[in-house]
Design a protein around this ligand. Structure first.
Ligand SMILES: [Zn+2]
Length: 317
């Protein structure tokens, strides 16, 4: 088990949380006030609510967990693990969903997510939440050595919005706009030594997401848009590559490549792991047919890689 789990905000967040007794809080038993079970994607999720007030009530939060689990199920074709526990910690006077962490193999569950929900959270904030989906996405990839933490976070960062679009919970335009804004944060800065050796917040979350986007586009380019990263990721889960298993990254990428009949993941990893690889993002957006306009983005159906862009967010057939 990774002792710090997958801290969502990384960087400073890790230090603050780990340094202010969060780890201690985890060892202290949290009193569970109510417990619900939801069935989704062939799995049973146990959703535990710790004591504490929630203006919206627990049913609304439960519904958010259900939506997140459905998006993950749609992307992977099944919920990645058979059982998981989700512990909701209500936080007084706060808004929104925050401080999510997911572990493998904890307390008899293959997956365990602990996440905070503010007492004052509104329905709109729940509708706009992405963190619950991000956390549950972590269940669908094996636990990797610390140096490859970027792969776990990058994958969750990339798959979460795509899964929500496929599930009809988000508009495709919105995620491409977010990617145009977010992906530059994943580019290497001066002194970068590659993803396995540069553990900054930007390279871990957005650098990993950039790797996933570039891999998705390349797999689709090489297979004439018949296969994508989603095929690779589904195959990894089908081979037992979930968060409760510790794998070397090469094993996961090899299974992924076999599923697409390419060597994209292994070859990209060999280049990106110990050297700074830049992606020409403006050129990529142009090829994908994504154009920034005053109030968001415009999607051009005639761009050369427009079918690739559409296939990424289309529901699996
Ligand atoms: Zn994460």
């Amino acid at each position: 088990m990774n002792p710090i789990g997958r801290w969502l905000m990384g960087g400073i967040g890790v230090l603050l949380l780990a340094g202010t007794g969060n780890a201690f809080q985890f060892r202290t038993p949290v009193k569970v006030d109510s417990s619900e079970k939801i069935a989704v994607g062939g799995a049973t999720l146990q959703v535990d609510f710790a004591e504490g007030p929630l203006d919206l009530g627990r049913e609304a939060v439960l519904e958010r967990v259900r939506n997140a689990a459905q998006a993950v199920t749609i992307y992977y074709g099944q919920f990645p693990v058979k059982t998981a526990r989700i512990l909701i910690l209500p936080v007084r006077d706060r808004h929104g969903v925050f401080r999510g962490t997911t572990w493998g193999e904890m307390g008899g569950f293959p997956g365990f997510t602990r996440i905070s929900v503010g007492e004052k959270t509104t329905q709109q904030e729940l509708n706009e939440d992405w963190m619950m989906t991000h956390e549950l996405t972590h269940l669908a990839f094996p636990d990797l050595p610390d140096d490859e933490h970027w792969m776990e976070e990058g994958l969750a960062t990339y798959v979460e919005p795509v899964a929500r679009v496929q599930a009809g919970q988000l508009a495709a335009k919105k995620i491409w706009q977010d990617m145009i804004e977010g992906m530059p944060k994943g580019e290497p800065e001066a002194g970068d030594q590659g993803l396995d050796r540069t553990h900054t917040w930007g390279r871990t979350y957005w650098g990993g997401a950039l790797f996933c986007l570039a891999a998705d586009v390349e797999i689709r380019r090489e297979t004439k848009n018949r296969k994508g990263l989603q095929d690779a990721l589904r195959a990894i889960v089908a081979a037992g590559g979930t968060i409760d298993h510790h794998w070397p990254i090469e094993r996961a990428l090899g299974i992924g490549d076999s599923a697409t009949g390419t060597h994209v993941l292994a070859e990209m990893y060999a280049k990106w792991k110990d050297a700074p690889v830049e992606v020409d993002l403006p050129a990529l957006w142009k090829q994908l047919g994504i154009r920034q306009v005053a109030d968001g983005v415009e999607l051009d159906p005639k761009a050369p890689l427009s079918p690739v862009r559409e296939a990424i967010t289309a529901q699996w057939k």
